[in-house]
Design a protein around this ligand. Sequence first.
Ligand code: HEC
Length: 209
Amino acid sequence: MDKKFWLIMAIAFSAGLVSAIVVPSIAEADSGASKNPKDPLRGMAPVEASKGIELPVSNDDMDVAQGRYLVGLLGCASCHTDGALIGKPDTSKTLAGSSIGIAYSNPMMNNYPGAVYPPNLTPDKETGLGEWTQEEIVTLLRSGKTRHGRQTMAIMPWTSYAQLSAGDAQAIASYLLSLDPVKNQVPKQVMPGTPAKTPLVHVGLYRSR
Ligand code: HEC
């Protein structure tokens, strides 16, 4: 009977809003299922979406203004801002990276899923994009390849951003490079099987077998 417990986790990316939803259905949420040591969602809670994170205005250059518009539209700040993934964005660090991780392996299979942290997108030289050229940012957006040639995970939605026109991708890069640098080092990627030291959100769609 315990098996009559269906869990759906979903993430919605839309209009700059990311939400991770944990929905217990069929079995009543308080029926004791959460005391089951095998419940993969033991200790987890639903998270709120961050709404309308105000983006800094850096200058009134047309390219930069277009970039700011696109960064808002494409929801970059809803991952790349500390606290935004759990609905509590730290607006003093908008776009300066997240200390909340995104799990990339199935929490129902791994007690300790792997996790990745959306990096700092402000032009700080040590912890952000300060050493990146505009072209390198464009390449990252349109192919997912970092300036060191590493393929980023598709959690960073480059598979969708690959459709950006060169001009729009350049405008986004101009905007990011025009921001005030904020020093903020995000945690290193966590490998599956290693306990993360930070809260994680779990993303993805799981279907019943
Ligand atoms: C759903 C969350 C999410 C959204 C939305 C998102 N990103 Fe990311 N981004 C990530 C994650 C996670 C990584 C790290 C991926 C990895 O290392 O494999 C990343 C990596 C990057 C990097 C590479 C930085 C570095 O130091 O390696 C850049 C640049 C970047 N994102 C820019 C953007 C921009 C610009 C937008 C909006 C147009 C955006 N991201 C939207 C999650 C997101």
